[in-house]
Design a protein around this ligand. Structure first.
Ligand SMILES: Nc1nc2c(ncn2[C@@H]2O[C@H](COP(=O)(O)O)[C@@H](O)[C@H]2O)c(=O)[nH]1
Ligand code: MN
Ligand code: MN
Length: 463
């Protein structure tokens, strides 16, 4: 059978001749018609090939039995429930992100999936999406910015110190952090990562070494940031040696710069060539881990993750020296990465794209926005979420929408109300672009417990 179903195939499925699939499509927003049609045809094809698999399935099971006419099929019901999944804060997540998850779950390599409460549309896997696969890795399931991460360091300095030295702290961020897509340091920052075998053994990585050297410790663009803020510890926590109280903290958000972006591009190209997926799910192309390319991507991805960590370490140690203090705690995690983890007794590849690992007792930091608090959390090891939590509040408005909706003075007003100083930052990164972090946290109480907060006070971004 070809890719597309013919009318006679649909009739075999129990679709009455006059009640063609177009009637069902008539209910769907006409801008999305083509995409919806492809989706329905794909689903219908699966039912046709193996109706027995769909017996219990809410909608397609009934279609297979001839009990439901396609006119009753609504887009949001096009789930395939053969692969288990969970969605946290379902009412707050846009439908597009859910459809993406349903598509992901149809991949033959899919084992389990989840959407975190900050989820929104992304290429391939939604941002805030978690996916366990069987011995295969999806480069776009990891994300283009491999190892994008948060790092919070906490200093035993009273908060009043920040108020008294506002300009000095602002100047530290102005003069000692580097932003911009192509920004490099004038001097190479050496690091043990550059002595790793990948830099000599993998030709692509070898070519990227020089640039990676120069970009180490820079932050890039978009919503990457370095900021000073106040840390309030609300629960005594011996794991990271902090008593309840207020401290000064530094929070950074960035990834693996050009190194990770080039790795993602190269291996996505190889995966796409190997997988031959339909156009609408092309971004989900995977690499089998038993192949040379799969193994090489795994090595390269891990290198990019370690490089991203080294970038944050470089930023934080520079700032620690400048403020003349040593951190008493450091909390950090990748939120764009894949790990080998045990899922229901089987080793799987767990992709987290815009999701924080939240294994039992694992610490994490989930930011809100530049004018809303972030939360220091401890994972509860929830297996339905694949031991994950949100990586932030998540976008409510796209970058384009922000430019239509907000003005510079709206941002100024928001910053003033929250007593935050911003250095750089464009309208597309307005704090109002993000969902309400308190709601997001309320929707993930089964996933993490809160130990404290981080409230930004001086924020540095690109532009
Ligand atoms: N503390 C701050 N948090 C911010 C800022 N801008 C965005 N955010 C939060 O971070 C995540 C990161 O999302 P990602 O998908 O780009 O990795 C986002 O969801 C927001 O909650 C900021 O300036 N300061
Ligand atoms: Mn990120
Ligand atoms: Mn990033």
């Amino acid at each position: 059978m070809g890719n597309k179903l013919k009318g006679k195939d649909l009739i075999k499925l129990g679709f009455p001749k006059n009640n063609s699939i177009n009637i069902a499509l008539g209910q769907i927003n006409r801008y999305r018609k083509r995409e919806a049609k492809e989706r329905i045809l794909e689903e219908a094809k699966e039912v046709l090939l193996a109706p027995e698999k769909f017996q219990g399935n809410a909608i397609w099971g009934k279609v297979a039995e001839g009990l439901v006419k396609p006119v009753e099929v609504k887009m949001h019901q096009l789930k395939n429930t053969r692969v288990p999944f969970s969605i946290y804060g379902e009412n707050e997540i846009d439908e597009q992100a859910k459809y993406q998850l349903y598509d992901v779950l149809k991949l033959p390599i899919a084992v389990q999936g989840a959407l975190m409460p900050d989820a929104h549309y992304g290429y391939g896997l939604p941002i805030g999406g978690v996916l366990a696969t069987d011995n295969a890795v999806i480069p776009y399931g990891v994300g283009v910015d491999i190892g994008c991460r948060m790092c919070l360091t906490v200093y035993p300095i009273p908060v009043s110190f920040l108020k008294g030295k506002q300009h000095q702290f602002e100047n530290i961020l102005k003069d000692h952090t580097k932003f911009g897509m192509y920004e490099t340091h004038s001097k190479k920052h050496d690091n043990e990562i550059f002595y790793r075998d990948e830099f000599t053994e993998i030709p692509l990585i070898k070519r990227l070494k020089d640039k990676a050297y120069k970009q180490l410790g820079t932050s890039g663009s978009g919503n990457h940031f370095v900021e000073f803020g106040t840390v309030a510890i609300t629960e005594n926590n011996n794991e990271f040696g902090l008593q309840t109280g207020e401290y000064i903290g530094v929070l950074s958000h960035s990834g693996s710069r050009g190194l990770g972006a080039n790795i993602a591009k190269h291996y996505t190209y190889l995966a796409t060539k190997q997988c031959h997926l339909p156009k609408n799910v092309q971004h989900l192309a995977w690499l089998d881990l038993n192949t040379h390319d799969g193994q090489e991507y795994w090595q390269a991805m891990n290198l990019a993750g370690d490089y991203a960590k080294a970038c944050h370490d470089d930023i934080h140690s520079r700032i620690a020296k400048l403020i003349g203090s040593k951190p008493v705690a450091k909390i950090e995690n990748h939120h764009n990465f894949a790990w080998k983890e045990n899922v229901n007794g089987k080793e799987c590849i767990v992709h987290r794209k815009g999701a924080t690992p939240a294994k039992k007792k694992e610490l994490g930091i989930i930011p809100g926005s530049m004018t809303a608090p972030g939360f220091i959390v401890r994972g509860l090891g929830n297996s339905a979420s694949l031991q994950s939590a949100s990586h932030g509040a998540g976008r409510k408005h796209s970058r384009r929408k922000c430019k239509e909706k907000f003005t510079k003075s709206d941002i100024k007003h928001q910053l003033k109300m929250n007593d935050v100083t911003l250095i750089g930052g464009g309208i597309d990164e307005a704090p109002m672009a993000y969902k309400d972090i308190k709601k997001v946290m309320a929707n993930q109480q089964e996933l993490v417990e809160v130990l404290g907060t981080f409230t930004p006070k001086i924020v540095r971004m690109d532009k």
